[in-house]
Ligand binder design. Structure first.
Ligand code: IPE
Ligand code: IPE
Ligand code: MG
Length: 260
């Protein structure tokens, strides 16, 4: 918790004053297994500890005024991990949703999810829909979990829906624009991420938000996810604030646009 006048509140105030706060932050929460291995613990211990990082980052994002936080929690490819790890991860997810939903509700967080949710075990689906229902009227941070998600899966699904709507005569070839494609993605209701953070020092996207990351600023942290806390997020945001987002333009144009 952040007490009024605490060091954390001062730090958040400084961050708000030193530049814009990213409206949408996406995080590839990586390094749970290596965190555990370093401590000679089973991989699952890393996943369990990672829940504490999620709690801290969600709270900090809510306080900072971030609008949306998308967390990559389980990829399409992660289903191919040893069956025992997959089932433990699913059990942890059920437990985390049960334990955390009240807190999310009280903190005005609205929970949503993207991915092939139908492929999740039924108890996970049940906890998710209870949490969606409970938090749906909240107006603060939108916490968006990517579960059984991959960018290629999502694009494939969008193409299928576009073709089906075209066959039904709802859209024609002329209607197919970049914004129409965005509207068929699972992130249609949220803006593209401003900042992507990946923990554990890996420099890759691993099939995350392939369409949406076109002009996202990328920040790689060496810290393993179970050790990642708000101070690390603040470092990422500070780094983001120092950058010039040019979107293909030249610097002078960007500066001119900022004066308008
Ligand atoms: C991220 O940590 C969590 C999931 C992918 C579910 P990992 O489990 O990938 O941990 P490392 O990368 O093996 O250390
Ligand atoms: C990406 O991490 C997926 C999640 C964090 C959920 P992985 O650990 O699965 O990615 P790779 O295999 O190292 O690329
Ligand atoms: Mg990994």
């Amino acid at each position: 918790m952040t007490a009024p006048g605490s060091d954390d509140e001062v730090m958040q105030e400084e961050l708000r004053g030193s530049g814009s706060i990213p409206q949408h932050i996406a995080i590839i929460m990586d390094g749970n297994g290596r965190w555990a291995k370093q401590r000679a613990l089973p991989r699952v211990a890393g996943h369990r500890e990672g829940v504490n990082s999620v709690r801290d980052i969600v709270e900090a994002c809510g306080q900072l005024g971030v609008r949306c936080l998308t967390l990559y929690a389980f990829s399409t490819e992660n289903w191919k991990r040893p069956q025992q790890e997959v089932s433990t991860l699913m059990r942890l997810l059920v437990k985390a949703l049960r334990d955390e939903t009240d807190r999310l509700y009280k903190n005005n967080v609205r929970l949503t999810a993207i991915g092939d949710l139908d492929s999740l075990p039924t108890d996970v689906q049940r906890e998710l829909s209870d949490a969606f229902e409970k938090t749906r009227h909240n107006t603060g941070l939108n916490l968006n979990l990517a579960l059984s998600y991959s960018g290629r899966w999502e694009i494939t699904e969008a193409v299928k829906k576009i073709v089906s709507d075209a066959i039904d005569g709802k859209i024609s070839g002329d209607n197919i624009t970049e914004s129409l494609i965005s509207a068929y993605l699972s992130t249609s209701a949220i803006p593209d991420p401003d900042l992507l953070v990946r923990t554990s020092g890996e420099f890759r996207i691993s099939n995350f938000l392939l369409y949406q990351l076109a002009y996202t600023e990328i920040y790689i942290s060496k810290v393993y996810w179970p050790d990642f806390r708000r101070k690390h997020l603040y470092e990422a945001i500070r780094d983001y604030q120092k950058r010039e987002r040019r979107f293909g333009l030249v610097s002078e144009q960007v500066k001119h646009l900022q004066t308008l």
